[in-house]
Design a protein around this ligand. Structure first.
Ligand code: SAH
Ligand code: SF4
Ligand code: F3S
Length: 482
């Protein structure tokens, strides 16, 4: 939160200030007036619901939206029949888009019953012109549409939507702005994501992210460290540094700094107990990073290192800029230097031109690297990406077969890897009450493995020592040791 600003003291009869973020606080003050009016007329606060469809970066953006809504006075709920519903969308695979359209249908029926309801859409899907066309043609009941580059203007857009009638669409093609110091409300009090960079310059040939998130921009280290210090003072013990390719952090700063260098600084912050980061592109992973991880007491024993394919031929067509051998050598080096590390990955099956031999290459890498967990995706054609124009799209039947084969090996390997710690004790950050059994708590080991064990809810947010009694597939049942 921008220090020293009190919404009630802002003169909203004056013209809005031009500079950010002060301008947004002005609009928050204006929106708050509207919320007070609503409360006066209805005898209750208006309710808002923000639904996240995408990755951790998308989730972090949602926390920013919730922060602003709270400042403005909304009661925030998880129920989608609220007075104001915002879908923060993802478009990385087509099924993400389909889910949004499906849920929009449900919102339409809510809105029929409550015509005063407001619906907003934002996030990556909105950066696609074809999506906007479709929404403007067939989804007129949506009130507000904005994109990834102008999300910092949420308060201003909300205000415009209160003042005007009809659908507001505001999409920017790109931006070089990074607007800091807006309110944020964390989903968990004890852990938080922190953006260290935005956008992506890699243009993997299947991927739409560079088109919807724009060019790579790193935040200044001082801004990142200040944010983390504040979070630590506010009780956050685990932080996750977020970027599409954290290993290229800092290259374009006025005073360049490496990602490993940034980690060294973060490590010094008192109160931070655990440091995670996402995502690491294999092509940019430095020896310096391995060294920093090895020496660190706080950096978690987990590395997410997307493979995508184990076939050098396919990797080249994907524009990943590493070969199978380079990847395996890197993974082996990491395992050698940090033996207790968990390596997880993303795999795509069915990329154009992929044969069953290519799938076997992927399986070979899975067996050699022994992933602790892997997310396997069926290739999804994204309009505008180079791969979408490739002619040899793989028949569905072959994709299914390849996918099943990969999934089986991934699961077998992951099961064996997770079981490595049976009978040992581990530090576990307690995250929540178990969803199935209220008597159990659920937490994570440093290597990201889930552990369930009996304990009181007061332990949520604390790091405790747990005996890993029984491995059950991908998680442990344990018992606290004092
Ligand atoms: N920046 C991250 C990935 C972000 S997207 C990285 O490079 O690792 C998360 C994952 O979605 C990717 O790793 C990839 O496996 C998957 N993905 C991206 N585009 C896809 C597509 N068109 N079809 C299927 N999976 C895709
Ligand atoms: Fe997409 Fe590749 Fe960038 Fe990851 S590195 S976001 S897969 S283009
Ligand atoms: Fe999806 Fe955008 Fe993240 S496309 S995966 S929400 S960067």
């Amino acid at each position: 939160m921008f220090e020293g600003i009190e919404l009630d003291k802002i003169d909203i009869s004056a013209n809005p200030p031009a500079e950010e973020p002060v301008r947004q606080y002005y609009f928050m003050a204006k929106c708050r007036r509207w919320v007070m009016d609503f409360e006066y007329k209805n005898g209750r606060l208006p309710k808002a619901c923000v639904t996240t469809f995408g990755c951790q970066m998308n989730a972090r953006d949602s926390e920013k939206l919730v922060g602003i809504l709270r400042q403005v006075g909304y009661e925030v709920t998880e129920e989608e029949n609220a007075d104001f519903v915002i879908f923060n969308t993802c478009t990385v695979r087509d099924n993400a888009n389909q889910r949004v359209y499906g849920r929009l249908g449900e919102l339409k029926s809510y809105k029929k019953r409550n015509p005063a309801m407001k619906i907003a859409l934002c996030g990556c899907m909105m950066q696609e012109p074809a999506v906007i066309e479709k929404l403007c043609a067939s989804y007129r009941f949506v009130d507000l549409i904005f994109g990834t580059h102008n999300i910092f203007k949420f308060a201003e857009l909300l205000c415009r939507s209160f003042e005007g009638q009809g659908m507001i669409v505001d999409i920017w093609e790109d931006t070089d702005q990074i607007v800091e110091e807006l309110p944020v409300e964390r989903k968990y009090p004890f852990k938080s994501g922190i953006n260290i960079m935005f956008g992506c310059n890699n243009f993997c040939s299947y991927c739409i992210v560079p088109y919807v998130r724009g060019r790579e921009r790193s935040r200044e280290p001082e801004d990142i460290l200040r944010e983390i210090r504040r979070l630590a003072a506010d009780g956050v013990v685990e932080i996750m540094l977020l970027g599409q390719n954290v290993n290229s952090y800092g290259k374009n700063l006025k005073e360049p700094m490496s990602f490993a260098g940034l980690l060294r600084e973060v490590e010094k912050i008192e109160g931070v107990e655990r440091i995670r980061f996402m995502t690491s592109h294999p092509k940019d992973l430095s020896d310096e990073l391995i060294q920093v991880m090895k020496e660190s007491r706080k950096i978690c024993r987990h590395l997410h290192l997307p493979l995508q394919s184990g076939s050098t031929r396919i990797l080249e067509r994907m524009n990943r800029r590493y070969t199978k051998e380079q990847y395996v050598a890197l993974a082996e080096k990491i395992r050698r230097e940090i033996p207790d590390i968990a390596i997880t990955t993303d795999i795509i099956v069915g990329f154009p031109g992929e044969t069953m031999e290519d799938v076997e290459e992927t399986i070979d890498v899975i067996r050699r690297v022994k992933y602790d967990n892997a997310f396997t995706f069926i290739y999804s054609k994204r309009t505008g990406t180079p791969a979408a124009a490739m002619e040899d799209q793989v028949p569905e039947k072959q994709v299914k077969e390849g996918f099943e084969r990969v999934l089986k090996v991934v699961q077998d390997t992951a099961r064996a890897q997770v079981a490595r710690y049976q009978g040992q004790t581990a530090e576990v950050l307690v995250e929540e009450i178990n969803a199935q059994d209220e008597g159990l708590l659920t937490g994570r080991m440093s290597n990201n493995t889930l552990v369930h064990f009996p304990g009181p809810p007061e332990l949520i947010g604390r790091i405790v020592l747990v005996a890993l009694d029984k491995c059950q597939g991908f998680y442990y049942m344990g018992r606290m040791v004092l």
